[in-house]
Design a protein around this ligand. Structure first.
Ligand code: BGC
Length: 787
């Protein structure tokens, strides 16, 4: 009896099961089909995103807000290590996509560059599953900071600090355009670049990732980068463009200790005057995404700061794009910064502060907590919908629904000669001649050159971090075909004329700080048969906390090498290849010539050699103030009391701010003379502009480029004015003997500053305008407040 009953019962169960599965599938079909219908409709992106959003479950929505790193879904020992060659682990991939419905993936595996073919293979697998299961493509993001970091054969430009030193926004735009192309050629549509933080603290290990200390220069370069990445109209459906991610909002780099991710104390007036404008300009230029500062400002972690992330960023600046966290920074609210007593509380704080996407990156806990928080009413559905809609809109803009990945042959110009040339040109224009006693440079053909120092024969140091790997320690493995300084100088001046002895070496596969094989005597010996010593000093590659420093002076070993070289009596050309200005005041006087090359990328050696031989004339200018002493760090736009001259008959308070080399400084093989500064008016109303003209003449014997820099000093104001501020610049080319009149239009409102009430104000009074040795005073006749 029992048995009999069992059979029909099982049958019913089976029928029910199949029925339910079919129904579920049918529902799924219904749910999925409309997504493609929505995509194919004529609706606006806004409307499409709205309609897609309505189809999603809470789990799917939260998944869109989650980003994991690639190692999590590859085969390998654990989430931190992947097998080589890398392959996706189908089970882990399904867990990520089907179970957790992950919307975004970042980074590479084993922290290493991959071929374009590999990228295409990996990303197409991820996308195929995501499209099949959810109907929404995954958004893949990487840090393509000075070229497409994690792709073999990509074109590497100078790092941002070098690009800033060109003072040529067109080179920045072009570089970003090429990087966008090569990133898309790697099947990746989202780039965590440019860095729009201010490099105002010489100690900070990320200063080389910035455009330097000046807010106007940073703003100009930032806009150019956005234009290059996203295109002038920010039309991301163009398959050669990527979504830019401006980072790290806001006040990163202002750490009191100069060490990465340690607390910053920034009064709002300073934050608004010097740190905000580069972000405002990039947002106005249409940047689609933004990453948040991993640090703490005035005690509050920025990731939990509603005032900065919602009131300032959304309400005031009107940013409409996606806000992504930095690496593990929601976890950090609990783990590191102790403002949340549980991980779940950390998620609540960050999402309610205004985060749209969490760079988790190693687990899925974020999604579980967020679902719970919504169900408990701790995070509103409105907040979730707002975030998810932005993410979907971005994916729509990028055309990922229609084409989640390209085919590899669509990008024939990847790593092309034209791209190489652009990177080489940028490196040439970045190189900054800081000293050239008795016109030692350029060197004549036939000069016997000894090349020495830890940076003389290294591709790693030319590139810096974010090159083929995070810390740049794998550069030598990938950059064999490019020339180190030694190799480039050899090929330019002839093998028979160039010798090399390191003297001091970095451990190229090791930690940033390690120096080894110290043999200075051998270099002294080698110097005997040379006419000139090319002393290549600086830093090994690093980024973020790995580059933290206790002492800004150049290392002891390198100083010893410099002193030994000077003692030979041979003229020494010091080449500085460094991410931040390491102090050289202990031996600077003994150096006959000094050339700053920053981190010039794979073509840096060739660019330098061509300058040393005089094929190109150096035209870079420092984008920061090069400090002389560790207790005299500062910026050119300091307050007057930071740099007082000793007064006649008074004690010397030692309160001047001596720089080794000032901001904006850089020599040339020719000379320029400025004259005839002319202002269209001497008095202007706040709504008016003044036209400024100046004549520049190349008074030397070779062609050269000059950066015409216009500074203005507000003589008196209700808030102590900055010493002076860069307000305009233009790079011009002049043949020997040629002159040009350069014209600037300066709007009165460009002279406004952040006042006591934290709003912009232009006050009536006198301003001193300065271009090189020319200056004029003009007057603003009325006061104006800005909203
Ligand atoms: C850095 C970011 C970077 C992110 C993803 C973080 O550690 O601060 O600049 O975009 O990692 O790689």
């Amino acid at each position: 009896m029992k048995k009999k009953l069992i059979i029909p019962f099982t049958g019913i169960l089976l029928i029910l099961f199949f029925w339910k599965t079919t129904i579920t599938q049918a529902i799924e079909q219904v749910r999925k089909e409309p997504i493609s219908e929505i995509i194919n409709s004529n609706d606006s992106v806004e409307k499409k995103a709205e309609r897609i959003l309505q189809k999603l479950t809470l789990e799917e929505k939260v998944g869109q807000m989650a980003q994991i790193t690639l190692d999590v879904i590859t085969k390998g020992e654990n989430v931190y290590v992947s097998d080589e060659p890398i392959t996706l682990d189908q089970k882990l991939l399904e867990e990520a996509i089907i179970k957790y419905k992950i919307g975004s993936v970042l980074n590479t595996a084993n922290n290493k560059a991959r071929s374009r073919e590999k990228w295409n293979e990996v990303i197409s697998q991820i996308q195929d599953l995501a499209m099949y299961e959810i109907g929404i493509p995954v958004l893949y993001g990487v840090d393509a900071m000075h070229g497409t970091t994690y792709t073999e054969g990509a074109t590497f430009f100078p790092q941002q600090i070098g690009m800033a030193a060109t003072w040529n926004p067109e080179l920045v735009r072009k570089g970003a355009e090429i990087t966008a192309y090569e990133t898309r050629a790697s099947s990746i549509p989202w780039n965590f670049s440019p860095v729009l933080d201010m490099g105002r603290n010489a100690l900070w290990p990320r200063i080389w990732e910035t455009y330097g200390e000046d807010v106007y220069l940073t703003t100009q370069m930032g806009e150019a980068a956005i234009n290059g990445y996203e295109g002038i109209n920010n039309d991301l459906s163009n398959p050669n463009k990527v979504a830019a991610c401006i980072k790290h909002f806001l006040g990163y780099g202002a750490e009191k200790s100069g060490k990465d991710r340690t607390p910053a104390y920034l009064p709002e007036i300073e934050l608004r005057e010097h740190y905000l404008p580069s972000y405002k300009a990039a947002i106005d230029a249409g940047a689609h995404t933004i990453m948040i500062n991993s640090g703490i400002i005035n005690g509050t972690p920025v990731h939990a700061d509603y005032k900065l992330l919602t009131e300032l960023l959304r309400h005031e600046l009107g940013f409409k794009g996606v806000v992504v966290t930095d690496w593990a920074d929601i976890e950090n609210l609990h783990q590191r910064d102790k403002v949340a007593d549980t991980q779940k509380e950390a998620v609540k704080k960050a999402i309610n502060a205004g985060i749209d996407m969490s760079m988790i990156p190693y687990n899925f806990k974020f999604t579980e907590y967020l679902i719970e928080l919504v169900n408990e009413g701790e995070v509103s559905m409105t907040r979730i919908d707002e975030a998810v809609k932005r993410i979907i809109k971005l994916k729509l803009h990028l055309g990922l629904f229609e084409k989640p990945y390209p085919s590899i042959d669509e990008y024939p110009n990847f790593g092309s000669k034209a791209h190489e040339k652009a990177a080489y040109d940028a490196a040439v224009e970045s190189i900054t001649l800081l000293k050239n006693k008795e016109n030692l440079l350029p060197l004549k053909m036939g000069t016997k050159i000894l090349v020495t120092g830890p940076n003389a024969h290294s591709m790693r140091t030319l590139n810096g971090g974010w090159t083929y790997s995070w810390q740049g320690e794998k550069v030598e493995e990938f950059a064999q075909d490019y020339n180190t300084i030694y190799e480039a100088v050899q090929s330019k001046f002839g093998k028979e004329n160039v010798t090399y002895a390191a003297g001091v070496e970095y451990n190229h596969y090791g930690q940033y700080h390690e120096e080894m094989n110290i043999d200075i005597d051998a270099v002294v010996e080698a110097a005997k048969s040379s006419d000139v010593i090319l002393l290549c000093l600086g830093e090994n590659s690093y980024t973020e906390s790995v580059g933290n420093l206790h002492d800004l002076y150049i290392s002891q070993n390198q100083r010893a090498l410099a002193e030994a070289m000077a003692a030979t009596g041979k003229p020494v050309v010091l080449i500085l290849n460094e991410g931040r200005p390491r102090l050289i005041s202990q031996f600077n006087v003994e150096m006959k010539a000094i050339v700053q090359i920053y981190l010039p990328g794979n073509y840096g050696g060739d660019a330098l050699a061509s300058i040393l031989i005089g094929e190109h004339n150096p035209s870079g200018k420092l984008p920061y103030s090069y400090p002389m002493y560790p207790n005299a760090l500062g910026n050119y736009d300091h307050k007057p009391s930071e740099a007082q001259e000793k007064m006649e008959g008074m004690y010397d308070y030692n309160s001047s701010l001596p720089f080794q080399f000032p901001f904006g400084f850089g020599l040339s093989y020719t000379t320029f003379e400025y004259s005839d500064l002319l202002l269209s008016k001497k008095e202007i109303d706040p709504n008016e502009s003044v036209m400024v003209q100046v004549k520049v003449k190349n008074t030397g014997s070779v062609e050269g480029k000059e950066v015409v820099q216009l500074y203005v000093k507000d003589l008196y104001a209700s808030i102590t004015p900055d010493n002076k501020r860069l307000r305009k610049f233009e790079k011009i080319n002049l043949k020997a003997g040629e002159s040009k009149v350069v014209t600037f239009k300066l709007k009165a409102e460009e002279l406004a500053f952040v006042g006591e009430d934290l709003k912009k104000i232009l006050e009536k009074g006198d301003f001193k305008l300065m271009i090189a040795d020319q200056s004029e005073v003009f007057r603003v006749t009325n006061m104006k407040r800005y909203q």
